[in-house]
Design a protein around this ligand. Structure first.
Ligand code: AMP
Length: 552
């Protein structure tokens, strides 16, 4: 296909605004693309390479302006090109505003009077440009671009410039391309969508749909070495997760950087969340993954920076490892890291995307033997909010960010920010409550106060609003028992009546109306945060503040 023809179609799409007409125009283009279909599909999305391929053109606007200026003639400078941006709106329109090719002799024209640039040739030359590296690479890139612009007529120059700077601006997004593939080759959108998830290559999916139809699409599978988009999380609450799923899979939320590890049986390659190959900056993780796995696999996880005691450090530290492309050894010395694998997308030739989370995690456990710098993240299933609160308290206590709640039955959906993974929302508000009662613990904790009754100030005295038993370590329980002991007024079995004296700061997810407590409200998912030593019971929160919070 001639690049001029591609440009003509792109212009037709750009001139259209209704979604269905845009899709029809894209379908037309797909039907006429012939052998070049995969390239055309990528070009439409402003890409030269598939999404899983992190090869970059690495062409900045300035280099593009220079190439256009050179092709526009001796009197034009890169500054002139840049100056036209304000008037013409974007680099494509600026490129199209010049009579490019003044530098070529008449002999350069083919028989038809035009120097036919093909789609394939543009793709090949841009691949060559992307490969240029090291000293002199900018000159090579400039030469390639100049040559391409020099042979382009105005519509070609418009889309060439935009392609080079990865901004096609013709109103075609990934959704349009997905729908157009389905329509052009008469295959179900669902099959196209799934094939895109596993391959991350719009060009390959279009070609497969055309050549092998729905069977071809459904047969597409993950490939070790071809990264897929990460499954993402939404914010959510423990109470919401338990209501929706009955029980939740709970994991530590690590404060680091997402990494997908691909092990082919010999070596491991690592990819960042935006699918850049980050194997080189993280060599000890790559070798650790290879050492820990017994079969080829694709793992999902988080790389965390750790201090000399193995405690997690804030995620800014890990970023220093990612940024460092050259002096890796030095960066490695400064920032020690660890990979927490929390999911398994593929193991030993089998894709696991459609398996339930708990089954994928079991598979992970069966193939991963922890090695240096590599650990398997633990997954707990729980239906009791208190148990979840305990896991969260332990996670935070050991320096992690918090917890993730996952639907135990859910598949792995690449690129989706759905409801199946939820990061527990941090508490927006906390309440300062007076401790008015407690219960003695059981078993090992029989000598310690365990559950604490919480109250707020009402017009006629303290009114109960909940009980807190979680978020408290054994050490803290001992300190709290000592602190409350002087205020014990009466005991009845394990129940203890306590004189209002001590104020707890508590976190919660929600306040609900409830007949259980005398305030008429109950805290959902209450957690102990701290003792407010600076506060007397008179300074604790009031029932009217609770009422205001409920109304908000
Ligand atoms: P956020 O970046 O705040 O939207 O939270 C989602 C991110 O948390 C994910 O993209 C992961 O990089 C990270 N994360 C940390 N621990 C986990 C975990 N156990 N499961 C899934 N994602 C996690």
């Amino acid at each position: 296909m001639e690049f001029a023809e591609f440009a003509e179609h792109a212009a037709a799409v750009e001139a259209t605004s209704a979604d269905t007409e845009i899709r029809d125009a894209v379908v037309d283009l797909f039907e006429e693309s012939g052998e070049q279909l995969p390239v055309v599909v990528r070009f439409l999305l402003g890409r030269v390479f598939p999404a899983h391929d992190s090869t970059k053109l690495d062409v900045g606007p300035r280099l593009c302006y220079e190439a256009i200026a050179r092709a526009a003639g001796q009197n034009v400078t890169a500054d002139d090109v840049e100056d036209r941006l304000a008037e013409y709106g974007d680099v494509g329109n600026v490129a199209a505003s010049y009579d490019l090719g003044g530098q070529r002799g008449l002999a350069a024209f083919g028989a038809g009077g035009r120097d036919g640039l093909t789609v394939a040739e543009v793709a090949d030359r841009l691949t060559e440009l992307a490969r240029a590296s090291g000293d002199g690479s900018q000159d090579t890139k400039l030469d390639v671009l100049f040559d391409l612009f020099n042979r382009a007529d105005p519509p070609e120059a418009r889309y060439l410039a935009r392609l080079v700077l990865s901004e096609m601006r013709i109103g075609v997004g990934e959704g349009t391309v997905r729908d157009a593939i389905a329509e052009a080759f008469d295959v179900p959108v669902g099959s196209v969508e799934r094939a895109l998830q596993v391959s991350n290559d719009y060009g390959l999916v279009a070609e497969t749909a055309r050549e092998d139809g729905v069977a071809g699409l459904d047969g597409m599978a993950l490939e070790v070495g071809r990264p897929v988009q990460a499954m993402l999380a939404q914010a959510g609450t423990v109470t919401g997760a338990l209501e929706d799923w009955g029980e939740a899979a709970v994991e530590i939320k690590y404060d680091g950087a997402r990494v997908q590890a691909h092990y082919d049986g010999e070596t491991a390659r690592l990819y960042s969340r935006n699918m850049e190959n980050v194997t080189d900056p993280l060599p000890e993780i790559a070798s650790g993954v290879a050492a820990s796995l017994s079969v080829p696999a694709i793992l999902d996880g988080e790389v965390v920076a750790i201090d000399e005691d193995g405690q997690p450090r804030p995620f800014q530290a890990v970023l220093r490892r990612f940024r460092r492309k050259h002096d890796v050894a030095k960066a490695r010395e400064a920032v020690e890291i660890r990979f927490h694998a929390f999911d398994c997308l593929h193991a030993d030739g089998t894709d696991l995307l459609d398996d339930p989370l708990v089954a994928r995690h079991d598979r992970l456990a069966s193939i991963l033997d922890p090695a240096a710098n590599v650990e398997r993240s633990e997954l707990w299933t729980a239906d009791d909010p208190e148990e979840i609160a305990d896991i969260e308290a332990r996670a935070i206590d050991s320096g992690h960010e918090g917890i993730m709640l996952k639907n135990p039955e859910s598949p792995y959906t690449p690129g989706k920010r759905g409801q199946n993974w939820r990061k527990r929302k941090p508490d927006v508000e906390t309440l300062d409550c007076v401790v008015t009662g407690a219960e003695w613990g059981e078993g090992r904790r029989a000598n310690l106060l365990g559950t604490f009754e919480l109250s707020v100030r009402g017009p006629d005295g303290y009114e109960t609003i909940g009980k807190v038993a979680t978020g408290i370590t054994d050490e803290q329980l001992e300190a709290l028992t000592d602190l409350l002991d002087p205020y014990v007024r009466a005991e009845d079995g394990t129940d203890v009546d306590i004189e209002p004296a001590v104020v707890f700061e508590v976190g919660y997810e929600e306040i609900q109306e409830s007949p259980t407590y005398s305030s008429g409200y109950a805290l959902r998912f209450p957690r102990f945060l701290d003792v407010r030593e600076d506060k007397d019971p008179d300074d604790a929160d009031s029932l009217s503040r609770v009422e205001r919070l409920v109304e908000e």
